[in-house]
Design a binder for this molecule. Sequence first.
Ligand code: FAD
Length: 418
Amino acid sequence: MKIAVVGTGISGLSIANMLNKQHEVKLFERAPKAGGLIKCERVQDCLFHKVGGHVFNAKNTEVLDWFWSHFDRENEFVKAKRKAKVFFNNAIIGYPIENYIYLFDKETIKKIIPELLTLQCQPKRSPFEYDNFESFLQNSFGNTLYETYFKPYNRKIWQTDLSTVAMEWLEGKLPMPNIQDIFESNILREEEDNMVHSTFYYPKENGSQFIVDRLKQGLDITTDAEVTEITKNGEQLQLPSGESFDKMIYCGDVRKLPKFCKDILSEAGVDVSAIEQLRSNGTSNLFCETDDNDISWLYIPQDFTKAHRIIYTGNFSDSNNRGSARKTCVVEFSGKVDYDTMVEEIKKLPGNLSPISYNYEPNSYVIQDKQTRKLIQDAKAALKQKNIYLLGRFAEWEYYNMDKAIEASFNLHKEISE
Ligand SMILES: Cc1cc2nc3c(=O)[nH]c(=O)nc-3n(C[C@H](O)[C@H](O)[C@H](O)COP(=O)(O)OP(=O)(O)OC[C@H]3O[C@@H](n4cnc5c(N)ncnc54)[C@H](O)[C@@H]3O)c2cc1C
């Protein structure tokens, strides 16, 4: 078959590598360079993750085997232990914060303990029995922890009313809180070791750009090639360039799809306007030099600054700091924040940060509400009849990490090969 893949993020690159052996695959990328969200560039010879600071790990063995068939784990990657911390009341304390309640002031501790004890006596509920994210947080951690940490932190990231955020996106993301564990952690005071990404792999050179550069080898990619229309040509799908394909895999933003093929969606009864109204957030990143530390992620919940996280990418691989006498890191802000504001904000943060470069990514986080999954399932089913498939974070509107995007590629590969 002749197959077009729209988008060259990790999803497009993965599926193209899987299909390439049996089919003629062509990729189209609107940006000048492949990689999507995991792109990096060197600035003053230091490595800038333009969005976040991507590290890799997976639980799914099929994903791990596939990934390591493309890379030399021992020689090309480092394995690191996650060291997350929280900047709280002007001090750096452990993560997750509920395991470090003993560091709070006496008055707050006295409020938190009876709330946790009350919750402990209530019947256990699965996270998906909660109506929304806010109710889950309040009922899992009690009101004081919610008000002092979870609410301000999540409001900063999501920039939306947390009671409108569905629970599905959390699946597999966090170990679910257990009150007994919280008490044990506060008494035993052991370090975290059961987080999803408690250890991770990171390329020795060029961060996630290294992953892109390897996976794009041998693929037929056209960059600066935005796909703006998909039309039917008999049984085939045609692009404005006149090229025709048997199948098309769309890894771009599903909200744009009604523009390309509104008729196909409406004919199948898909709620086109609901798709166009799906909500997302962007991120602004300030790439900085920092004083030395051994942290990987520093979470900043409180309102004194607009920044919500520092990712110490310079600690992931020394080669990321080549070109600087200091370490490098990325300071993350939710939404669009201008450069001057970010430069002011970093003065409030630890590490004597000084800016090197910045980036704004309009779409980085999807926001799911209760209807989202059904909406996307309907759209997928309708489009499949027309040989168009949705794949990836913004096409499927899923809170995918790289491993989940690869897993979704596996599933689609199986579906197409059936
Ligand atoms: C702040 C942040 C931190 C993260 N950290 C991690 C991490 O540490 N580890 C991890 O595993 N995951 C992490 N993730 C998740 C990870 O970034 C995503 O899972 C992954 O990048 C999604 O890849 P994708 O290919 O689905 O989408 P994208 O990367 O968005 O790729 C879509 C591509 O399609 C192109 N495109 C769109 N429309 C068109 C069109 N019409 N024509 C042509 N091209 C088009 C785009 O330009 C883009 O290149 C993080 C995400 C964020 C936002």
